[in-house]
Structure formats: C-alpha cells, structure tokens
Design a protein around this ligand. Structure first.
Ligand code: MSP
Length: 660
C-alpha cells in the first residue's frame, strides 16, 4: 500500500509585521500536526513562507531607504531564525518574490484571462494599504469612512483595473460548502461565510497601477497583480503547479489550510473560486483559529503590546512555550495572553505534574531498586485504572488531533500524567518498600516508568525536545523503537533497564515582579493608557457604588477572576478545632501537595462526613493563622438566608483538578 500523504499550510506572513506569538501559534500548530502525522506513518508536507509584495512593503522599504527586495531579505532571515528556534520543521518555505512562485502566478493569471474569467475595467473605490484589501461603498459607510477591518485610513482609488468574475462561481461554491461540512471550520466561520456569499459577490479588482512592487500582469506590465491573488497561489506554486512537479500530484489538494479568523474570507471565497476557475480540487479543510489577545485586545506595534516570541524563548524553553500555546488556548477561539498565565501553566502542568512524575519515579527507582527498572511482578489493586488509560488515551488523543483540538489532545495525555501521580499516592511505593513487599513494589515502579514512556511518546509532536530528556533519565535513549507510536503497548520496557536520574526537566518559575516586563510602552501610549485607565476606574467606582447599594460586590474583569486559582482537593482528615465551635481543621491533598486548612463549617458538618470528599478550594490564597493554626487556602461553600450551608464538591473531577 502506498504511504498516505498529508499537506498542511500556514498563511504566508507579511515581512512588514514583526512576528509575535500570534504568528507562532499557527506555525507551532502546523508543525505539531505535521510531526503527529509523520509519527502515524504519513508522508506529511508542511508549507510556510512570506508574502512579500504589495504597497505596504513598497512604502516600508522606501521609508527605510532600501530597495524592497533588500528590505525583505533582512526580515526573512529573522523569520527563519525564529522558526529554527521554535523547532519548526517545515518542508518548504516559499517567498512570493521567488521566480518559481512569480512564474506560476503569471500563468494562473493568463489562464483565467484566456478563459474569460478576468476582464479589464475601471475601479473606483476604497483601499486599505495596511490590510491590502478593497472595500465596497456599503462596507465603508458602515465603518464611517475607516477601514472596516483595522480601523485605519482608507485610500480612494480610481484606476484602470483587471477584474476577476467571482459571482460566476458563487452558486457552485455555496453548493460545495453545503456538500462538504468539514470544508470551513469552526462551524461559526462557515455560517458567516455562507451568509457573506449569499449577499452576492462583486467582481474582484485584481490589479493595481499606482505602485509597482508586485508581479506584473502578463502583457500589460503597468499593472501589478493584486497581492492576495499572488499570495494565495503560494499553496500550489510551492508544489510546482504547472511545472510538472510530482509534488503537486502527490500533495494537492491540501488537507488543511490553517489561518487566523481575520483571513478566512480570502481562503474560503477568493481562493476556492480561483481553484474552481483553474479546474483544480479544493482544499479539504480551512480551519480558522482565534486570536491571541493581550489585555483582551489585539497586539499591535502602535499599542506597544506586541509579545516577542524571541524574548520569551530566551526566558522559557520553546518546548514549554509550544505546550503553552496549544494547551492554554482553544484552537478556534480567542484567548488572552499574559506572562502570569504562561508561568502558571508551566508551573502547574509541566513542573508539578509532568516534571514531578519524572523526578518521583527516578528517585524511587534509584532509592528502592538501585536504579534498575525491574519486571512487574505482583499486581496491586490500583494498577487497572492506569493500565486502562494506556489503552484508551492514544486513540482519544488521536481523535482530538484529527479535529485540530490540540488543547483536548493534551488534556487527554494529562489523564495519564495525572493518574500516574495519583497512582503513586495510592500505591505508596515507600510503604511497599518499608513492608518488604518487593514484588508489588517492582510492579508499581515499572508502571510509573511506563506512564512516563507513554506520555512522552504522545507529547513528542508538541514538544520536540522534552521526550529525549525523559528517555535519557529512564535509560531508554538507545531503545528508539520504544519511542514510537507503534510501541504504545504496555510492558515494552525491558526488565533490567538502568535509569539515569537527572535534574528536574521543568524547574518551577517565579512570577515576574513587574508585569509589563518585556513590553515597550512609549510615553504617549502610557499617557493614553493612564487616561483610559482613569476613565475606566471612574466607571468601575460608579458601578461598585451601585452594586454596594444593592448588597452586591463590584464587577470584576476576567483578569481579576483569573488571579484566583481554584482547585479540587481531597479531604484526608478532619477534626474539630479545640475551643472553636465553628471551626474544623482539615488535612487535604491537591495533586502533589498536602495542606492544612481551617474552615468555618463545623456547625454544618461532622468531621467524618468530609473525609474522602473532593471539595473546591482557593489554592493561591495567602496563608493566614486561625486559632494558632496556619490555614493554607480556603474551602468554598454556598449558603443562603435560611442558614443552609453546603461545601462545594465535585464527583467526577479528580483531586488536583482546576475549577474555572
Ligand atoms: N500575508 C497574509 C496571509 C496570506 S496567506 C495566503 C497575512 N499575513 S499576516 O502576517 O498579517 O498574518 C498572518 C497570520 O497571522 C494570519 O492568519 C493572522 O490571523 C495571524 N495572526 C496575526 N495576529 C494574530 C494573533 N494575535 N493571534 C493569532 N493569530 C494572529 O495575513
């Protein structure tokens, strides 16, 4: 049987834009997907590149006193350096200034013109140089003369222009979308696009005469080809379309075009219509992911809030950043970024959960079995649940990967990590050792090592460097056949493997003292921000006053709420506090942590009623002393006017789980 193929693309980025973590988001997602497909035996091809023509580049180059090509050459070097740093293993990087691309665009233009899909007319309308987009009179009216996309100034353009007959294909496109429910994802974007097409498509102006930095129209070089027609063609020019290149036969149509939500229209209307006109098959899927926001707003140079991935990469490992990007944000929805959110994610998932699992496992194998993984011997009552996850999680993760639900795929992997940590607590290898139960001890330590092997294999597409560190500590470096998807079968680690305990792979990080570190804020911006903050504070104070009058607490932002870390804790022990009617002292466990809490619930619960319950607690509350006992957190409870009080409990989510 021939090897199945998989072709995935990112947008090609504008070299004028400083690449920020938003750009890394798409690229990391595409790289992860490619690595995953390769791991599953696919011949996977991943294309990225740069979109180098257009008026914006021409103007920026002129401002820098350079020729456009010289200007972009420098920037492309930085792009490539960034991708290297993030272990982006693309198959090809296409630049739209390369002859291999320019030739194909000219041929596409000629073909469409010859068959009558392109005609010469006159264009009068509005153009946003920053977005390289034309807007209709109606669109501009609605946005009060500003660019409907970015809010920037619009140029009024009146010039001779070539047009592409879009409307001719509108019905065919609607039918295609209808018959291919997976073509545009997520669903919300699909509905948006269907409505847009149904309103009627205008013919698209696809050439410009007022600047020259572009691909000339064949036989009419005073026109340059519209930058989007040029750019979209990259997905086939890179494969050698029209050149008899076997890669085109092999990989087209693309399996997935990953794009940000702002450029879905180009990819699901203009691009498919171009392909229909060329009589080529359409991509199988266009997936629009959301935006990474800072303080709920867009990142932009002018706001000075651009998060530089190079700076982050130097501070945190790129594996941690890659994990964070795909775990924290739901692919398809917008998400808010802050360094605090990043650090918390690294600390909780990577340092506490994953890193600790490795440390605990290697520490115990070293201490109890002289650093040797022994064959599992006698079963313990806790094995089954963990072993069941070894069977189910790979397929669960695979199903999420197919749907590009990266955050869920990682959450599935974390089922093994979380369960393994719990397994250690339950099976208590230290007690087995103390009691001389060596047969069971061997089984527990073996299973812990297998949990690390399974999770590391599944994490490989997300974090290209971390698994090797785990293999080294588990003594599995040389056994590369145990690093593969096919080896996801319990019991593969050979008995007698000598481990090599090392340093923690994800040391805990301190939160930065100054939140704005790494962000450049100009004085003007700061003044503007202060004015805005003052206004908002006044508004908030007014609301707070109103709320207080109604017996409510003031409104908070999602950021305020995000500061509270709520976790699921299991109550291990409970007892009354002496001489305090209302207080109970609880010993609880949250993931790895054990803590003491004092809770004012003694009038409502007998101590023994609470033991074993999974309660919800504030995990990051500053400790306070109550009756001489340090309370490390707070249990949440609901109460009403009738004197009822109930501690919040959960029954499905395990100890350590997060409440959001
Ligand atoms: N050059 C065009 C794409 C042409 S593809 C044939 C372009 N370039 S861009 O550099 O402006 O943007 C590239 C991608 O980055 C877009 O998909 C855009 O949605 C994405 N992002 C830009 N900022 C982003 C965030 N803050 N968050 C996530 N993605 C964002 O558009």
């Amino acid at each position: 049987m021939s090897q199945p193929t998989f072709y995935i693309t990112t947008p090609i980025y504008y070299p004028s834009a400083k690449l920020h973590i938003g750009h890394c988001y798409t690229t990391v997602a595409a790289d992860t997907m490619t690595r995953y497909k390769k791991m599953r035996g696919y011949d996977a091809y991943f294309l990225t590149g740069s979109d180098e023509h257009g008026q914006k580049i021409e103007r920026s180059a002129a401002a820098a006193g350079m020729e456009p090509l010289q200007y972009v050459d420098g920037i492309i070097k930085n792009f490539k350096e960034l991708w290297r740093k993030f272990d982006i293993d693309y198959s090809d990087f296409i630049r739209t200034t390369e002859p291999r691309h320019e030739e194909v665009v000219a041929e596409v233009f000629k073909k469409l013109q010859t068959q009558g899909d392109i005609y010469l007319g006159s264009y009068e309308g509005h153009y946003c140089v920053s977005c390289e987009t034309f807007f209709t009179e109606t669109q501009v009216k609605e946005s009060e003369g500003k660019c409907p996309d970015c809010g920037g100034p619009l140029d009024t353009v009146k010039e001779e222009s070539y047009f592409f007959r879009m409307d001719k294909y509108a019905d065919r496109l609607l039918q295609y979308i209808d018959e291919h429910p997976d073509f545009i994802q997520p669903l919300s974007r699909r509905n948006e696009m269907v409505n847009f097409i149904k309103q009627g498509l205008e013919d698209l102006s696809i050439s410009r005469t007022t600047f020259s930095w572009g691909i000339p129209v064949p036989n009419d070089p005073k026109h340059v080809i519209y930058v989007w027609l040029d750019a979209l063609t990259n997905y086939i020019s890179a494969l050698g379309y029209t050149k008899g290149d076997e890669r085109f036969e092999k990989y087209w149509p693309a399996d997935v075009h990953l794009v940000g939500k702002d450029i879905v229209r180009f990819h699901t209307i203009i691009w498919p219509i171009m392909l229909m006109a060329l009589d080529l098959p359409l991509p199988k899927k266009v997936f629009a992911h959301g935006w990474i926001l800072v303080n709920e707003g867009k990142m932009s140079k002018s706001k000075g809030n651009v998060v530089d991935p190079m700076v982050l990469a130097d501070k945190y490992s790129t594996d941690a950043l890659r994990y964070f990007l795909l775990r924290e944000f739901i692919f398809g929805s917008d998400g808010n970024y802050s360094e605090e959110i990043l650090i918390n994610r690294i600390n909780i998932d990577l340092a506490n959960d994953f890193g600790n699992l490795l440390s605990r496992t290697t520490a115990m194998i070293t201490k109890f079995q002289d650093g040797v993984i022994e064959a599992p011997r006698e079963k313990t009552e806790f094995d089954d649940e963990l072993l069941e996850l070894f069977k189910t999680v790979p397929e669960e993760m695979a199903a999420y990967m197919e749907k590009l639900e990266f955050h869920n795929a990682l959450a599935a992997i974390w089922k093994i990590v979380g369960k393994a940590n719990k397994y250690i607590d339950e099976a208590a290898p230290w007690a087995l050792n103390k009691n001389g139960e060596k047969e069971k001890l061997a089984t527990v330590l073996y299973n812990m090592a297998e949990a690390l092997r399974f999770s590391s294999i599944l994490l490989t597409p997300f974090m290209p460097n971390t698994p090797a560190k785990v293999w080294a500590q588990l003594g599995l470096t040389e056994l590369s056949h145990l690093h593969t998807w096919d080896s996801l079968e319990y019991g593969k680690i050979p008995a007698g493997t000598k481990i090599d305990r090392g340093e923690p792979i994800f040391p805990r990080l301190e939160l930065p003292k100054d939140d704005s570190e790494g962000e450049e804020t100009s004085k003007k911006e700061a003044a503007k921000a202060a004015k805005k903050a003052k206004k908002e504070a006044e508004k908030a104070a007014k609301k707070a006053k109103e709320a207080a009058e109604n017996g409510l607490k003031p409104e908070i932002t999602i950021d305020d709420f995000a500061k509270v870390e709520l976790r699921v804790a299991t109550v291990l022990e409970a007892e009354k506090v002496e001489n305090a009617d209302k207080l109970l002292k609880l010993r609880i466990k949250v993931g790895e942590d054990e803590r003491t809490l004092v809770a004012g619930i003694a009038l409502h619960y007998r101590p023994e009623e609470l033991v074993g319950k999974n309660v919800v607690m504030v995990f990051n509350l500053k400790p306070a002393k109550l009756r001489g006992i340090e309370s490390q957190g707070m249990v949440l409870a609901a109460s009403d006017d009738e004197g009822n009080l109930q501690v919040l409990t959960v029954d499905k989510v395990k100890c350590g789980g997060r409440v959001k």
